[in-house]
Write a protein that binds this ligand. Structure first.
Ligand code: G4P
Length: 289
């Protein structure tokens, strides 16, 4: 079993996207940042915070259907303390999405009041949707825009790169201009993204990855690991993660000729089942108390 080559094959530079975002920020009133509720830290772009400083912001903890609800509630409280409204959503089913527009309006309430004072009642609210690849941006926009086409009118800011979507008569979304990469150079971040499938397995060693996931689950959700893989008779803390992987393969009858355990198949099963939330709702990055 070899160490994964490296999880840093994506372009390190963000210069183009940074410029695009800086330019486009002037056209929006607020930013909706989508993160993966299971890994709210690793699924953020490392420079975004600086880029959007000063812009009203709403955080969407997406894929909340797969995250630990207690932990999601703690993340919401964490952001609330920082004065950033965060909402738990499942963009695939639409659960929680009804809070989105009211939350944006509440974050902009002073501005909306100021517009109304100037006679701009019903002024269109424009929001830029940002997030790393695979976090659920398209799902979110599709759900809200309900199949309506991108706005193609001739007005400043509507360009080939800037795709605007009309949600209601006075609410528009802008898809991220460019690609916001996560912080791949951080090994832990890379692992989290690989666990959740945001990074494809073709570029990582699945057995190594599954062993790392087993180590993390053993620490955070040992009972989920035990009950899913019938490990009741094992002393997980005393075992190497590879031994646990072997036991999982043995319990599942994953054998190759000669009776040897097919650890690669076992590794793929662990990763797939984690990604499919078969081990239950799990949050890998938790608020430090
Ligand atoms: P992106 O635009 O940010 O790149 O992400 P996209 O919406 O394409 O979503 C990436 C994957 O995550 C999709 O799965 C999508 O269905 C899934 N997804 C998005 N939001 C949620 C959510 O809240 N909960 C769950 N469980 N999944 C979500 P896929 O396997 O790539 O495609 P498909 O199976 O939906 O066809």
């Amino acid at each position: 079993m070899s160490e994964p080559q490296s999880i840093q094959w994506f372009p390190g530079h963000m210069t183009k996207t940074k410029r695009q975002i800086e330019k486009t920020l002037k056209l929006v009133d607020a930013v909706a940042e989508i993160v993966d509720a299971r890994i709210p830290i690793s699924s953020r772009n490392p420079v975004l915070h600086k880029l959007i400083q000063g812009k009203p912001r709403v955080i969407l903890l997406n894929k909340a259907d797969m995250a630990d609800p207690q932990q999601t509630a703690r993340w919401i409280a964490y952001y609330k303390e920082k004065n950033i409204p965060a909402i738990a959503v499942d963009c695939r089913s639409g659960k929680g999405m009804n809070q989105f527009i009211p939350t944006v309006r509440s974050v902009l309430k002073d501005r909306i009041a100021a517009w109304e004072k100037k006679g701009m009642v019903g002024r269109t609210i424009r929001v830029m949707v940002v997030g790393i690849p695979n976090v659920g941006k398209s799902s979110m926009i599709n759900r809200l825009a309900k199949g309506s086409k991108a706005v193609v009118e001739d007005r400043p800011g509507v360009t080939r790169e800037n795709r605007w979507f009309s949600i209601t008569k006075d609410f528009e979304l802008l898809d991220t201009p460019g690609v916001l990469w996560p912080k791949f150079e951080d090994k832990l971040v890379g692992e989290h993204l690989a666990f959740t499938g945001a990074v494809k397995d073709a570029v990582v060693d699945v057995e190594h990855l599954a062993c790392r996931l087993i180590e993390v689950l053993r620490e955070l959700y040992p009972s989920a690991l035990v009950s899913r893989y019938k490990l009741e008779d094992c002393d997980l803390q005393a075992m190497e993660s590879y031994e646990i992987l072997e036991q999982i393969g043995r319990n599942r009858g994953m054998l190759i000729s000669g009776g040897e355990i097919n650890t690669e198949r076992a590794a793929i099963a662990v990763l797939d089942e984690f990604r499919g939330a078969k081990l239950g709702r799990i949050t890998l990055e938790q608020v430090k108390s």
